[in-house]
Write a protein that binds this ligand. Structure first.
Ligand code: PEP
Length: 243
């Protein structure tokens, strides 16, 4: 059904409540090109269901051993995980993740053979120029100790924080110059063209506006992805547009 290599990343966040509901959601998103990111406790159950979609994690830790409550990228890999969201704004804001922690997680994910989906975005809605400055500063701080070769394996998610979970998605004409600046920054750093996706209140109603752009390599869907009808509608819309 899907012919290109764009990504539809479904970040369920801390949803749903039960394994039974997680299974139902997983079936609805089991389509090629989709990356299903359930809560870690459901990863193994969801892995058993997915035949077409890939498995993603919402987090990971850079070490193994005496770190109660954590799970490493190596352990995620052995559970079938192919992608990991790193540096999501909720992790930065609520769990104190800073650029140093994020760099360690990116390096560890790459070492385990997991593709990091690194979330970057400005806090407040502002001018495009100010947003670009904020995003480039964050990029500058995020890749300490990561080799040029490995930088080319990173996927970036441009996620303006003001758009996450607010129902106010960033319009395409604002998103494009920011993604273009991110792409130039990564090209200068790694000499590779990496994937850059958009996230922030993506819904069945607005997803088509991103799908039409050849400069956006995918979408990261949060709240809507934990709703069976909405996630199915988003996938259906994107496929009808050959996304
Ligand atoms: C997200 O969780 O990264 C996200 C973009 O959430 P939402 O789609 O709910 O804004």
């Amino acid at each position: 059904m899907k012919t290109n290599n764009k990504l539809i990343v479904m970040n369920w966040k801390c949803n749903p409540r039960s394994i039974a509901e997680a299974r139902v959601l997983a079936v609805a998103s089991d389509v090629r090109g989709v990356v299903v990111c359930p809560p870690s406790v459901f990863l193994c159950s969801v892995a058993q269901i997915l035949k077409q979609a890939s498995l993603g994690a919402q987090n990971g830790f850079w070490a193994e051993g005496a770190y109660t409550g954590e799970y490493s990228f190596g352990q995620l890999k052995s559970a079938g995980v192919k992608y990991a969201i790193i540096g999501h704004s909720e992790r930065r804001l609520l769990f104190g993740e800073n650029s140093q922690i994020i760099s360690k997680k990116i390096a560890s994910a790459l070492a385990a053979g997991i593709s990091p989906i690194v979330c970057i975005g400005e806090k407040k809605r502002t001018t495009v120029y100010t947003a670009i400055k904020a995003v480039v500063t964050e990029l500058n701080n995020s890749f300490t100790g990561i080799s040029k070769d490995n930088l080319g394996k990173i996927i970036l998610a441009y996620e303006p924080i003001w758009a996450i979970g607010t129902g106010k998605n960033a319009p395409l004409d604002e998103v494009l110059p920011i993604i273009s600046a991110m792409r130039k920054y990564m090209m200068d750093l790694s000499n590779k063209k990496i994937k850059i996706i958009y996230g922030g209140s993506v819904s069945p109603e607005n997803v088509s506006s991103y799908a039409v752009s050849p400069f956006i390599d995918g979408v990261l869907v949060g709240g809507a992805s934990a709703n069976k009808q909405k996630s199915a509608a988003i996938i259906e819309k994107l496929h009808s547009l050959n996304f």
